[in-house]
Design a protein around this ligand. Sequence first.
Ligand SMILES: *[C@@H]1O[C@H](CO)[C@@H](O)[C@H](O)[C@H]1NC(C)=O
Ligand SMILES: *[C@@H]1O[C@H](CO)[C@@H](O)[C@H](O)[C@H]1NC(C)=O
Ligand SMILES: *[C@@H]1O[C@H](CO)[C@@H](O)[C@H](O)[C@H]1NC(C)=O
Ligand SMILES: *[C@@H]1O[C@H](CO)[C@@H](O)[C@H](O)[C@H]1NC(C)=O
Length: 376
Amino acid sequence: MVSVCVVVVVVVVVVVMCVNGDSGDLNTPISVLLRGLTKDLGHSEAPRTGDQEREWWADYLCHQTNFQGQEQKHIIPLQQLFRDVTPERRDRNVFLMDTACNTHPRYRAWCSVESWANQNPDLDVWFLMTSQKVSDTDGLPSLLMHKYPNLRLVGTHLAGIFKGTPVEPLYLSRKWTVSETWPPEVLSNMLRALVLWHYGGIYSDTDILSIRPFTLPLNATGFDVEAVVGSALYAFSAHHPLLWTLMEDINKEFIPGVWGIIGPAAVTRVVKKACGTNDTYTLLHKAPVSCANKSVTIYPDTHFFPVFWHEFERYFNKSTGLNFDKDFKSSYVLHMWNVFSKWTPIKMGFFSIYEAAARRSCPLTFSRAILRSNFF
Ligand SMILES: *[C@@H]1O[C@H](CO)[C@@H](O)[C@H](O)[C@H]1NC(C)=O
Ligand SMILES: *[C@@H]1O[C@H](CO)[C@@H](O)[C@H](O)[C@H]1NC(C)=O
Ligand SMILES: *[C@@H]1O[C@H](CO)[C@@H](O)[C@H](O)[C@H]1NC(C)=O
Ligand SMILES: *[C@@H]1O[C@H](CO)[C@@H](O)[C@H](O)[C@H]1NC(C)=O
């Protein structure tokens, strides 16, 4: 008698990754929309399209990207910031970004982008995407670019933009991809400091709506809940020393898999150092307060973060927007807390704060969104 034993081992590994960005809607891509950029920005070389070699980081950032089933004519290829296109006006820029390679950003992200273009016609608004192209299936991206000459959609040449900066070692180490749980968020935290370092202006998350022209002088940050200095919005002139310090801090303090370590925590560490104190509550009571020989000003929470995260429902609840002008007379922007609120619907005719802000600041996105359904 011969017995044969066969041992079969089946290993099933299921990895579920949840990406929850602090930088707004990260379900979107990074790249530059071509439309007239060559002309606008004085570049004469032919625009490159999205067929260049795939970057190494794309394997970590772009696994969700999917163009299948879309007709080629609905795809807009993007030029890359730093390589193909450069902002021509120093310090007159607003940067928003999607670092998760989404090709089809959500209406809320477009509303944020449109709000900056709408409320700040004299600033150049850049929507950076890590995808090489953006989907124009519903025609919204091309409509926005047509109506707002100050809006540009671009990809980003990461290798170039990191080169020679304090965060280059971290970028090259690949620690922020291979061993990180949230690569798009980490990239976003590095990239916002980098683009302001190179070009100057304002950085805004894509869950922030601009509700009036940003008239504050640059070198501005704002307090958020619990006297933390927010990283969802800050504004600096190019080559500001605090941005360099921030990048040094990020490079030094980054630990893979620790949520938020280089977000608001990093900006707060750097501001504490600039102000020579560990007591941000005392600073908050004096806000707006300037530090380091007036090289940076920290504004009170009413300016950039008037509604704290634990109250985010206020933005969506019925009738909360009825006294909009009075309630937000000191606010430049509203931070919608996408990380908590992304599944909370914005309902038409609710007179919510979000609806009031959207009607005022992103009218094209708003009308496009409500064509499809009475909430978005
Ligand atoms: C911002 O900081 C830069 C660099 O320190 C300085 O040159 C510039 O004048 C400052 N801008 C404002 C509006 O204070
Ligand atoms: C703030 O705290 C850090 C670490 O706890 C300490 O090294 C630093 O000296 C403190 N700074 C001030 C101004 O108290
Ligand atoms: C602070 O700024 C003033 C005027 O801009 C300058 O004269 C002074 O040297 C600066 N002080 C320090 C410590 O940088
Ligand atoms: C928003 O409405 C919900 C449901 O009616 C209610 O439970 C919640 O307390 C409200 N939140 C705020 C901040 O108004």
